[in-house]
Ligand binder design. Sequence first.
Ligand code: ADP
Length: 261
Amino acid sequence: LIPFCVSIMLIGFTIISFVFVYRNMLAQQRLADMKNEFISNITHELKTPVATVNVAIEALRNFNALEDTVRTKEYLDISAIELQRLSLLIDKVLRLSMFENHNVSLRLESVDIVTLTQEVLTSMRLQLEKAKATVHFNPEQSILPMQADRLHFTSVIYNLLDNAIKYSPANPVIDIQLLTDNQSTVFTVKDNGIGIPAAYKHKLFEKFFRVPDNDRHNTRGYGLGLSYVAHIIRLHKGTIEVNSEEGKGSTFIIKLPLVHE
Ligand code: ADP
């Protein structure tokens, strides 16, 4: 009886290992497919802003820019928006390759998070205007500087605000809150958008994950922003959480230590 039981256990173990390896292979394959799709889509998308800026410059050349200031402003605004889009796309490509090579390292410095947030808001002015978004950001005077990587944290704020706009189709209202105590900074971005179905909340920070019926809302993306954000927050030894109600909006809450030991 004992050899029989051992054989059954061995067979069972072999089957379980096989299923495990097979599922792992499928997951790897799925990730590889998504990566290929990402590369082919983004290559195509990179061309659009370049072409649009080219057209705008060509147009500026063809009339007297100093005389027709209204048209000049219009073409310059278009160029600024497209260049911002281009830089975001390039950012995404760089981010993916950073992920692949596991070589994201932080350059920590003392960062005034209030000023940093205001700078991001200024750089997004046109995008916010285009989306008819209202932003509330009234930080207290007493917000302490924190140790952070300026470049990566700028991208974190940008990603959260970009999502808040993208996933709030009608007149987005975005509340940014900053609180500090002696140990940590709490940075919150709240929107009044489409929200996130409870069933998908746990997958939100996975690479390439997008809520399946996003396309209904005509938003474009690759499901890389939040996985990047979560990775950067983890490197800062912080946490990120999301509270959301479908149809009402989402709140992303980041908590970061003020100083790294
Ligand atoms: P992307 O926006 O490029 O798809 P992200 O990683 O930034 O990628 O976000 C992953 C998914 O999480 C999005 O596709 C969307 O379904 C959901 N999501 C992110 N932010 C919000 C938000 N503020 N409101 C509703 N859904 C969101």
